[in-house]
Design a protein around this ligand. Structure first.
Ligand code: NAP
Length: 542
């Protein structure tokens, strides 16, 4: 049976895509409109946007600059959309994705409120059987997980949470209704990129905000501002150059990492370079020198500069000391950027609690207890991050050939080839999966590269009458070793408690998950594998 969109039946498709964020939307467009495959997106949320649908906490804003936080595959989309601020706020990003979905007529093939709970591969039929929370069954030849890297919220198992009499929220599952902080005592746990964005905004209206900090963090000012008419014109006219640039840089941002090394310049010159980067603001700070991420002594100069900035901003010496007890090299945990984060601690209604010194022991009906004190709150905000990269995949019961579960396959950590496919799971593709640059980049660029690669791969299979593709175990082993060696050649492993390693989730196998070798180099590796007849993969006819 063939329906309006070429659907073979109500629930059988060529391709199923899980997730309607940046990745899922472009994947749907590519498979449906470029290849003509019957495709559908299954999305747990009641709206599109993925990460940006869920992360609507106060202050939520992207750290990539807006003009590069966009799809670059379509000149039409680029010319018709205009960002308003240097960094896009969450509502504007959702509006952008709505604009794209409407423009490309994607919504008719997106099933909202449809959470996938399992995906099982039937080898005899070469088909994935996908089941949703509501019990609906879908079938498809290709299954694409566009589930995002930061979508499985981590709510720490602190005893007593269920007894709390007030309201509590995780930033990654923020309610659609406005949360009223006015006149309320608020406790915020977590000082990662999210907490650093949320605290200054919550402090503006809360009666009192208490920030519980376990690991202090570096942060560079965002210097967000409305975009000028001149800049908007530059973006419109220079989109081809910008596209080329973001596809050629290490982190897929519109800036290159400098060639100079920290100790090639005098101390005075170095200070001036850091000062200029601080004044410019944003993630580009890490591009000041080429050796910041590989030479600890070089990194220390950036770390000292940033700690001195905190000491200058924060008036209370004890609070400044707690904020500067930073125990990881700069950039080895995801470096946040902020709007008045450190300034927030100069407010009368804000206090900082060091839970490294005095850990949280439990949550009571009235608030939070640490080893040395009890705090009363009306609202607790968990800015406690995510079960990152693998979490969204492991939340589903995914089973490949012979019933092999993804939990078993990834018992000792994620095992993929190129972060795109897993041995034993034919025709399953993971957009920005573990082992790809993903979270170390400006995500839309990494997403477009993966979607294009997957689309070309499926097109090639169909042109050659091939039914299934999966990587060899040897290719995945070698890739895993290479990803690990590449990370080990940097300072990254020195931040032992980072979510990049999975260290933020108790019991999660420790393995550095993203590929640090740079987006441009990674693109070449993927293209080379494809051009050598999908080297490292096994492809089979029916
Ligand atoms: P995160 O970086 O994992 O930070 C979570 C925070 O919660 C950390 O300070 C962590 O402390 C703390 N925490 C977790 N469990 C705790 C516990 N039981 N007790 C006390 N503290 C606890 O998560 P995130 O801030 O949500 O950021 C995750 C990633 O999302 C970012 O790194 C970034 O890639 C992305 N993000 C991007 C943007 C943006 O572009 N604007 C904004 C937000 C997030 P420890 O460090 O000690 O574990």
């Amino acid at each position: 049976m063939t329906g309006n969109n070429g659907h073979k039946s109500a629930s059988r498709f060529d391709a199923l895509i899980i997730g309607a964020g940046f990745a899922g939307l472009y994947q749907l467009h590519s498979l449906r409109d470029k290849l003509g495959l019957s495709s559908v997106v299954l999305e747990a949320g009641d709206g599109i946007g993925g990460t940006w649908y869920w992360n609507r906490y106060p202050g939520a804003r992207c750290d990539s600059e807006s003009h590069v936080y966009a799809y670059y595959f379509s000149d039409e989309l680029l010319t018709e959309w205009e960002w308003t601020e240097r960094y896009p706020a969450q509502p504007e990003i959702v509006r952008y994705l709505e604009f794209v979905a409407n423009k490309l007529d994607l919504k008719r093939d997106i099933r909202l409120g449809t959470r996938v709970v399992s995906a099982h591969y039937l080898e005899d039929e070469n088909r994935w059987i996908v089941t949703t929370e509501g019990g609906t069954r879908f079938e498809a030849t290709y299954l694409i997980a566009a589930t995002g890297c930061l979508s499985a919220a981590n709510i720490p198992a602190i005893p007593g949470l269920e007894s709390f009499d007030g309201e509590w929220y995780h930033t990654g599952q923020w309610p659609h209704e406005e949360v009223e902080f006015r006149g309320k005592a608020v406790g915020q746990i977590g000082t990662g990129s999210t907490g650093i964005q949320a605290a200054p905004v919550i402090a503006q209206t809360a009666k009192h905000l208490t920030v519980f900090q376990r690991t202090p963090n570096f942060s560079v000012p965002a210097h967000n501002r409305p975009l000028s008419a001149d800049f908007k014109q530059y973006v419109r006219e220079s989109r081809a150059e910008i596209r080329k640039l973001i596809r050629s840089t290490t982190n897929a941002h519109a800036f290159k990492i400098s060639d100079r090394k920290v100790f090639d310049v005098s101390a005075q010159e170095r200070e001036a370079i850091y000062e200029a980067a601080w004044e410019k603001g944003g993630l580009e700070f890490r591009a000041c020198f080429q050796d910041l991420m590989i030479d600890k002594a070089a990194n220390d100069t950036a770390a000292d500069f940033l700690k001195n900035k905190i000491r200058k901003i924060v008036k209370d010496p004890e609070t400044a000391a707690t904020l500067t007890k930073i125990d990881h090299p700069y950039g080895t945990k995801r470096p946040p950027i902020d709007t008045d984060y450190f300034e927030t601690f100069n407010r009368e209604n804000v206090s900082l609690i060091d839970v490294r010194a005095n850990p949280i022991t439990r949550i009571t009906p009235r608030g939070i207890e640490t080893t040395d004190a009890a705090y009363e709150f009306d609202i607790i905000v968990f800015a406690t991050g995510f079960d990152a990269i693998t979490g969204p995949l492991l939340k589903m019961d995914i089973r490949g050939r012979d019933g092999l579960s993804i939990h078993k396959a990834w018992e000792t950590g994620p095992w993929t080839y190129l972060g795109l496919q897993i041995p034993g799971f034919p025709n399953l593709f993971t957009i920005t999966g573990p082992g790809s640059p993903s979270v170390l980049t400006n995500m839309p660029v990494a997403i477009e590269q993966h979607v294009d690669w997957i689309t070309d791969c499926i097109a090639d299979m169909r042109n050659n009458d091939l039914a299934r593709i999966e990587p060899t175990a040897a290719a995945a082993d070698a890739w895993g070793e290479y990803v690990n060696e590449t990370a080990s050649a940097t300072l990254m492993p020195q931040a032992g408690h980072s979510w990049y390693h999975g260290a933020n989730i108790p019991g999660k196998p420790l393995k550095f998950m993203p590929y640090v070798g740079g987006m441009a180099h990674y693109r070449t590796i993927c293209d080379d594998a494809a051009s050598r007849g999908y080297e490292g993969f096994t492809r089979q006819a029916r």
